[in-house]
Design a protein around this ligand. Sequence first.
Ligand SMILES: N[C@@H](CCC(=O)N[C@@H](CS)C(=O)NCC(=O)O)C(=O)O
Length: 270
Amino acid sequence: MARTRSKANATKKVTHRVAAKKSVRVSARPGAAKHGTVRQTKPIDLYYWSTPNGWKITIMLEECGLPYKVTPVNIAAGEQFKPDFLHIAPNNRMPAIVDPQGPGGRPISVFESGAILQYLGRKTGKFYPADERQRVEVDQWLFWQMGGLGPMAGQANHFRHYAPSPIDYAIKRYTDEVNRLFGVMNKRLADREFLAGKYSIADMACIGWTNPWERLGQDINEFPHLKRWREAIYARPAAKRGLEVRVANAPQVNMHDPAVRAVLFNQRAR
Ligand SMILES: N[C@@H](CCC(=O)N[C@@H](CS)C(=O)NCC(=O)O)C(=O)O
């Protein structure tokens, strides 16, 4: 079982050890350079802050039993703009990973949470089916999250809680859009256990974005299938562990602090 050893100082490297499986299956998709099994002997470096986008990756790493090492990226302190991090993640956003045992046995870095989930899914052959029809099912809901649920929930959260003065139009627009998206998910989950049928990276991408349903102005009880799905994911020990990976001082971030707001909001090209 994975053990999280969090440290008070988020700028230090925090090591989260997971039970490393002896071998990790490499995806058998057509055209893959290498088939068979690889032994993940070196931990994957995860650049992380505990947010819904970060949890996607901790859930997947925990579910796959891959060893990983968490390097906190304190986005409230501007660590996402450090040159070393930008080299890995040019969009100055976490999460990102460096897999020391990438294709051909050489290191590879990946940014964008959806791309990381797909990469780990192909690498392990887990939670991302190789069968094309099943893969399309997963991809649809993964991209639905990346282009819809995540950005809309992010804007709803921003305008509901962080705007310097309330803008009714923006609050209504994004709260309604989250409501619509929750409705889409609820309908989808009415006749299947998970978004793509079987549990997959699409579910991992979405779960964290449904956690703050109250902050997003929603009542989860209006979405019974969504509620049931949330409970099914939280009943998975690995998913729960992934969702519990915290950086010790993250909750202390004061979003009303002008210095934090200057880092996180209204950035322009640099
Ligand atoms: N599309 C990106 C979004 C990542 C993202 O927005 N990360 C946020 C935290 S949830 C971040 O790093 N923010 C830093 C900033 O806004 O400067 C992904 O899915 O990886």
